[in-house]
Write a protein of this length. Structure first.
Length: 254
């Protein structure tokens, strides 16, 4: 049967109290009306993601809302996208768990942990918690919940091809980020960091050679009033459409 819309798995624990979850359906409608990109959204709780076969979807978005009900489910969604070339977008908690998955399954760090998920409170760049676990994701020194902050986009990256290189301001709603002590380990294993704040802290991550794999600590779903989807969301939707065989959209910096 011919597809009329790209099937997108929205992996996360849907709640009317999480603004990002309210924004995403509006963005999909705007993409349909403005850009002719038809997307069918399937909300999949993290508690179900590990047991579901996600390889039949045209794209996977690991949406905000951490701590997730199932860390294993969130990580499994990233693995499915990474290993099967499925377009992936991870925002806020999705960005954090994308790096967690990569550290465990590509870098050979099975003990890598997210401080929020294990109740750790340290904000220092120590590699390990008192119990010996490796704190890959730690509390930010200053919470970004409800803040706007500058992002420097690295030239020559996927992110730059979509939103242009240089400085821009984005919206955040998070309190955790990458422990800088692991930058070299992740980079050495092939992960690419394509956006940083003014202090050099990671804000965008991607996987070179993957059809579309991007994670952002900021929330592009909260860009503008929802009527104009963020260019990163547009590019993700276009990648989903290409995989579904519905479009051959190209990425244009804006």
């Amino acid at each position: 049967m011919t597809k009329t819309a790209a099937r997108v798995a929205l992996v996360g624990d849907r709640s009317a109290n999480i603004r990002a979850h309210v924004c995403i359906p509006r963005l999909f409608e705007a993409l349909r009306e403005r850009d002719g990109l038809a997307l069918d959204a399937y909300w999949i709780p993290t508690t179900e993601a590990q047991a579901r076969d996600l390889t039949g979807f045209d794209a996977i978005w690991l949406v905000p809302g951490s701590p997730y009900a199932s860390e294993d489910g969130a990580v499994a969604a990233v693995t499915a996208a990474r290993e099967n070339g499925i377009p992936f977008l991870g925002t806020c908690g999705g960005f954090q768990h994308a790096m967690l998955e990569y550290a465990r399954n590509v870098c050979g760090l099975p003990g890598a942990q997210h401080a929020e998920n294990i109740g750790a409170t340290s904000t220092v760049a120590a590699c390990t918690a008192p119990d010996g676990t490796e704190l890959l994701i730690t509390q930010l020194a200053c919470s970004l919940v409800g803040h706007e902050e500058a992002v420097m986009v690295v030239p020559g990256t996927l992110a730059a091809s979509i939103i242009g290189p240089g400085r821009r301001v984005e919206r955040y709603f998070c309190a955790y980020g990458l422990n800088a002590a692991y930058l070299d380990v992740l980079t050495g294993a092939g992960l690419r960091f394509s956006g940083f704040d003014d202090n050099g802290q990671v804000r965008i991550v991607e996987i070179p050679g993957h059809p579309f794999f991007l994670g952002t600590l900021f929330q592009p779903e909260q860009y503008s009033d929802g009527a104009r989807p963020h260019p990163l969301v547009q590019a993700f939707a276009a990648a989903a459409a290409r995989r579904a065989g519905l479009a051959r959209a190209t990425l244009v910096a804006s």
